[in-house]
Design a protein around this ligand. Structure first.
Ligand SMILES: [Zn+2]
Length: 61
């Protein structure tokens, strides 16, 4: 049975439960999921960003 790659749309044999045809597409898929998560969790994303900036900013305040 063949499956269609979620990323590039290529047909590939579904030997495992991968959703993508190759490692490359699998990584692209992960990045997309990360982006989707960031869109779904804007508050959490803001907090992470703020903590990151606070670390970068020396002393101050
Ligand atoms: Zn693919």
């Amino acid at each position: 049975m063949n499956r269609i790659c979620k990323i590039c749309g290529a047909n590939f044999p579904a030997r495992t439960n991968y959703k993508c045809c190759s490692d490359k597409c699998s990584k692209a898929n992960e990045r997309q999921r990360m982006k989707a998560w960031q869109t779904d969790n804007p508050e959490r994303m803001n907090e992470i960003r703020r903590q990151f900036i606070e670390r970068l900013t020396p002393g101050g305040g």
